[in-house]
Design a protein around this ligand. Sequence first.
Ligand code: ZN
Length: 296
Amino acid sequence: MLIFWLVLGTMVLGTMATSLQIPFTKDSPIAYSPGKLPLIITVPHGGLWEPSDIPDRTAKGSLLLADAFTKNIALDIADRITAHYNSRPHLIFQVRRRKVDVNRCEDQGVESDKGRLLWKEYHGTIEAAANNLLKEYPHGLLIDLHGHTHTHGMIELGYLLNTADIHEAKGLDERVLNQSSIQSLAQRHKSRIHPSDLLFGNHSFGEALQQAQIDSLGVVPSPKNPLPVSDALYFHGGYTVERHRSKNQRIGLDAIQIEMPQKARFSPTGRQALVESISQAVITMLDRYYLTRAKL
Ligand SMILES: [Zn+2]
């Protein structure tokens, strides 16, 4: 399917209306496909573009490898959701992680001036997409797509709560309400849904994903697997969801980091299963919590 992209150059947000709409190419520093749904899909580690004028990052401990196949999985998820609603989500990619890591804070993810410009542009693009979304809807959902290599092979969902946070039942509802990346969602529905149910119960994204699974992949947290085993085997959410989720208010974005297992990403049938199940689960979430039919 031919997809047209709005590709943004440096400092383009103020000139978005005059930007060219051109096909996405491997030379795009940041690609933004604007949407009409209350959904933003970000793919910070899926880009493969390696501009020669940005030096490789070399700081000790820096992660450099791209999350393989996540860009194409995101494209297919966006197409699948578009086919369902006849309306597109917002979709944003970036340059290769070796050059700049936009899912880290500026100090950790940037080692060059041009890398800094792209880092700022990436987060500015998400903010512009969120502002556009919030003109039409009071709330939106951001999903941040990644790939992991943990041997358990399940899909991991990150809400800014670590393993100890989730294991400790006492105070968990409060942590979902006040600390998590879905605190706005939890605040909006707390009169009828226990906040922890939005984390791993029957009202959670994990439950929607569990219901939508078309193969045997598991998902954590979810009703079947509510508790991550350890922080070493669970990504609980990074800079993107931390920065762009709504904080202490009922309006704004809820954010979920989705970590897809290597064994599924590395086979065509596995990627198809990821696309189908994540798309269906996102559609369930949009219908439950974000969309009023009159908008479509
Ligand atoms: Zn990643």
